[in-house]
Ligand binder design. Structure first.
Ligand SMILES: Cc1cc2nc3c(=O)[nH]c(=O)nc-3n(C[C@H](O)[C@H](O)[C@H](O)COP(=O)(O)OP(=O)(O)OC[C@H]3O[C@@H](n4cnc5c(N)ncnc54)[C@H](O)[C@@H]3O)c2cc1C
Length: 378
């Protein structure tokens, strides 16, 4: 009987398998290599974690997220990596990346996990209770296990073999799975916004309000709709209905109406974006000081540009899946199911989703660490 079977060979599974004593775990991964998603992440440099770590950067229950971040935070992660020769570098303000390539962190996991049994190119199809343990069925064999850790991630990037197996296993043991949806993903447009498509490739700084959440950053006009960090973060909170975009955050309107410069030079957007909006607003490009009060009000409507996205770019473009195994039925201090002794859930399969910036890998690693702490004390 295998002491521990880990389903998946992504970030959370690799951290758990690395931490466990030798020959304790059997890791099963559909892909023919481990950490496929990690390899392509962060533009090939893997945004591992963030200097600013807080449950506020996650969609999920704070009472569930906080203990894991307390037990294994970004500093512990960085120390663990440093002991193994990797010193991530900060980019984009507070985000830690591999200095050269994701292969650096993957190399560490490859070495650390070599102490465990790894089955690659093998797909788990079912898990059932068998006596005091479990039976794990793959497309090649049936394994028996004392404990099973579901680390199979979400539905994003089906091109890298993402699957719903984690949710199916959870449901088969009576767990609730919170409705899933693509997140950290671009949003598609309504016909009134189709003129955005003409602006494809342009990017501008915005502030987006979704319900009670406000996110800031770049918005990228894309062929399919809008994307870029601000939109990706907004997608975490958007379900349906309207979002409000402030295309002109921090414009000094007093200085604007005194200026001799043209509107298209005054507004902090690429000129072709400003010009497209001026057409939509039926305004001429003219000196700021010549803009009339009613015209100024029309222009200021760009501070609260509201529309209901038609949808998202879908799972094939989404960095993560929001929703997942309900954290109400999993112990925050062990990651063990409260419905089935010996069954654990870690990483993205749980209903915890972070913003852009390394929060999702940190969650994968922190939840794996919590699980490890419990497993070694069994
Ligand atoms: C393009 C892209 C870029 C990203 N960049 C970043 C970033 O820079 N920073 C960040 O924090 N997050 C990033 N993310 C998100 C991050 O990759 C995930 O949140 C994280 O990998 C989740 O870890 P996990 O172990 O829970 O799941 P995963 O890493 O998805 O691992 C799950 C594994 O389970 C395997 N699996 C699925 N079904 C089965 C089955 N039936 N049998 C066996 N194996 C199975 C999958 O093949 C997969 O390898 C990115 C995601 C994508 C798609």
């Amino acid at each position: 009987m295998n002491p521990i079977v880990i389903i998946g060979g992504g970030a959370s599974a690799l951290m758990l398998a690395s931490l466990l004593p030798s020959n304790r775990a059997t890791l099963i991964e559909t892909n023919t290599k481990i950490g496929a998603k990690m390899q392509v992440s962060g533009g090939g440099k893997c945004n591992i974690t963030n200097r600013v770590m807080d449950p506020a950067y996650y969609l999920g229950e704070e009472y569930f997220i906080q203990p894991a971040l307390d037990l294994f935070d970004e500093k512990m992660l960085l120390a663990w990596l440093a002991q193994r020769g990797l010193e991530p570098v900060i980019r984009k303000g507070s985000q830690y990346f591999c200095p050269h390539s994701s292969k650096e962190i993957l190399g560490i996991f490859q070495r650390e996990c070599s102490r465990q049994k790894i089955l690659l190119g093998e797909k788990v199809v079912d898990v059932t209770r068998k006596g005091k343990g479990f039976e794990v069925k793959t497309d090649k064999r049936t394994l028996s296990a004392e404990r099973v850790v579901v680390a199979s991630g979400g539905l994003s990037y089906p091109q890298l073999n993402a699957s719903d197996i984690g949710y199916r296993i959870a449901e088969s043991f009576g767990h609730t799975v919170v409705k899933t949806a693509p997140a950290l993903v671009g949003l598609t447009l309504q016909p009134e916004q189709f003129f955005f498509k003409e602006l494809s490739g342009a990017s501008t700084e915005v502030r987006i309000t979704v319900g009670e959440r406000v996110v800031e950053g770049a918005l990228l006009f894309a062929h399919k709709g809008v994307s870029g960090p601000a939109v990706l973060n907004a997608s975490l909170y958007w379900e349906k209905g309207k979002i409000e975009i402030d295309f002109l955050p921090d414009v000094d309107w007093d200085a604007f109406v005194r200026s001799e410069k043209q509107i298209s030079s005054l507004l902090p957007m690429p000129k072709r974006v400003t010009k497209a909006f001026l057409i939509q607003l039926d305004l001429q490009d003219k000196q700021g000081k010549k803009v009339t009060s009613p015209e100024l009000e029309r222009l200021k409507s760009l501070c609260r540009y509201s529309f209901a996205p038609a949808g998202t770019f879908g799972y094939s473009k989404a960095e993560v899946t929001k929703g997942g195994v309900s954290t109400d039925e999993v112990n925050a201090y062990t990651m063990m199911s409260e419905k089935e002794e010996g069954l654990y859930f870690i990483g993205e399969v749980l209903d915890v989703t972070g913003r852009l910036g390394g929060y999702n890998f940190q969650w994968a690693f922190s939840s794996a660490y919590v699980c490890y702490q419990h497993l070694i004390n069994q």
